[in-house]
Design a binder for this molecule. Structure first.
Ligand SMILES: [Ca+2]
Length: 467
């Protein structure tokens, strides 16, 4: 009865950019997809932060519709409200009902496994085999919920390196598969997220590489950027740049273990004779910056480096060795998976399936030429030690030299237009300044010149898609 249903293997990395050459070190992965699959060159996340973006991937909804605002429980990250109203309708539940055998391993939502949200016993609806990382991405000294039971890991690279542990569980799951049911596997390795710890076998690679010196590298936001970017220094110090280069190299090194894992899974699928009936999807939950506008490293910004991510797909019927320019979003993944699995897409999904583009170059999707980018900024009520210029309640994530990566007023909604005619972003901030930013990305790809016309103009254009 399952003869015609395809299998799925989805690999979701954490914080992997494309704008700063994030895919470059993954030679094996790239070749697996490049010759036999599709690369989407305009893949965006609708919100550039882990938990909200992952919630969008799971539900096919924009953040303003699933309610996950940030990485905290109070911001609905793995909250009981999320579990009861959204997680229980995530795309995987439809696959489960169709008879799929399902598997999840790795980072889930940042607050997964904590007290007050069901702890390690909570297994999200729809997953048969569950290996959920407790908390946020890391590489050693973590705990997993393995089918609801706590399993602790230490710091032995041979046994505990999380990326390899995720892949080993996946290979074991694959060994158990037979043709009685199709399967859906979701792998979520921690790389290249902080704390950027490579496996020892790769610790000396790329020692001559540096973070890309894009035209906006090491240049403060200046007067025409929003409040948070006006606080960044005019230039970065030598030690800050040294740190940024170290982070860049270590991110690439962590990705080599993902590259090995993707290759191992590919080889196993091939040996099992499953390759021709399996969709393999590779993507990330948000982009990243490294020194752009003098922000040391993080995400959460509206700029291209944070909102663009990789998307590679191969599988039955997918055209080979092609680049697809049509803009696609994290919210499109869930409906696309469903359509590829011959499952009707629920009407309340915000995203739309891009499956037709995978198979037929002539078929047009909807006339989507614009979409939303949104973020709810965070601040801490604590005084940041050593940073008296900031009051409690203003900023968040100030790791280096009092340069902060988020603030309460880094709260924005943008309309990103991308078509043959337009390549533009316009954003309004929920702050006390009626601030806005707008960029013509064709003329100004590094977003140096804010051409925001007026709050009234932008409000009309940005708010309209929400109505
Ligand atoms: Ca992330």
């Amino acid at each position: 009865m399952f003869f015609n249903l395809p299998n799925f293997v989805v690999i979701l990395t954490d914080d992997q950019d494309v704008a700063l050459a994030g895919l470059t070190p993954m030679k094996k992965t790239y070749s697996i997809f490049k010759k036999h699959g599709a690369e989407f060159t305009n893949m965006f996340v609708s919100t550039p932060l882990c938990c909200p973006s992952r919630a969008s991937i799971l539900t096919g909804k924009y953040a303003h519709n699933h309610g996950v605002q940030n990485n905290s429980i109070s911001g609905n990250c793995n909250s009981i409200n999320w579990q009861n109203n959204y997680e229980n309708k995530a795309f995987i539940t439809y696959f489960k009902r169709k008879g799929y055998s399902t598997f999840y391993a790795g980072k889930y939502l940042n607050q997964y496994g904590g007290k007050g949200t069901g702890g390690v016993k909570h297994i999200p609806v729809g997953w048969d085999k569950w290996i959920g990382l407790i908390g946020n991405s890391c590489y050693y000294n973590y705990s997993l919920s393995v089918d609801g039971k706590l399993v602790k890991h230490g710091s032995n690279p041979e046994k505990d390196y999380l990326t390899n542990v995720v892949v080993d569980y996946a290979l074991d799951f694959l060994s158990d598969q037979n043709e009685t049911a199709p399967f859906f596997m979701f792998l979520s390795p921690p790389a290249p997220h902080a704390p950027f710890l490579p496996h020892p076998q790769y610790k000396n690679r790329f020692s001559n590489k540096s973070a890309p010196r894009t035209p906006n590298f090491g240049i403060g936001g200046g007067k025409k950027k929003h409040w948070l970017l006006r606080q960044t220094p005019k230039t970065l110090s030598e030690s800050e740049i040294r740190n940024i280069d170290d982070v860049f190299r270590n991110r690439w090194r962590t990705l080599l273990s993902v590259d090995d894992g993707v290759h191992e899974i590919y080889v196993k699928l091939k040996r099992m004779g499953l390759l021709e009936n399996t969709y393999i999807v590779f993507t990330s939950d948000n982009g990243f910056h490294l020194g752009q506008f003098s922000l040391p490293w993080d995400k959460r910004q509206l700029y291209e480096f944070d909102i663009r991510v990789p998307l590679l797909i191969r599988g039955p019927g997918v055209r080979k060795n092609i680049e697809i320019k049509h803009p696609v979003l994290n919210i499109d993944l869930a409906p696309t998976f469903l359509e590829l699995g011959n499952i009707p897409v629920p009407k309340d999904f915000d995203g739309e399936s891009f499956a037709p583009y995978l198979k037929n170059s002539k078929e047009r999707l909807s006339n989507r030429t614009s979409f939303i980018i949104e973020h709810q900024g965070e601040s801490t009520n604590e005084q940041i030690p050593g940073c008296p210029q900031y009051k409690p309640g203003e900023v968040h994530t100030c790791e280096i030299d009092c340069i902060c990566e988020d603030s309460w007023n880094n709260t924005y909604i943008c309309i990103r237009k991308l078509s043959d005619e337009e390549n533009f972003i316009s954003c309004i901030f929920n702050d006390n300044e009626n601030f806005g930013e707008a960029y013509n990305i064709t003329k100004d790809p590094f977003q140096m010149k804010n051409i925001f016309p007026s709050f009234e103009f932008a409000f009309h254009h940005v708010k309209r898609p929400l109505l």
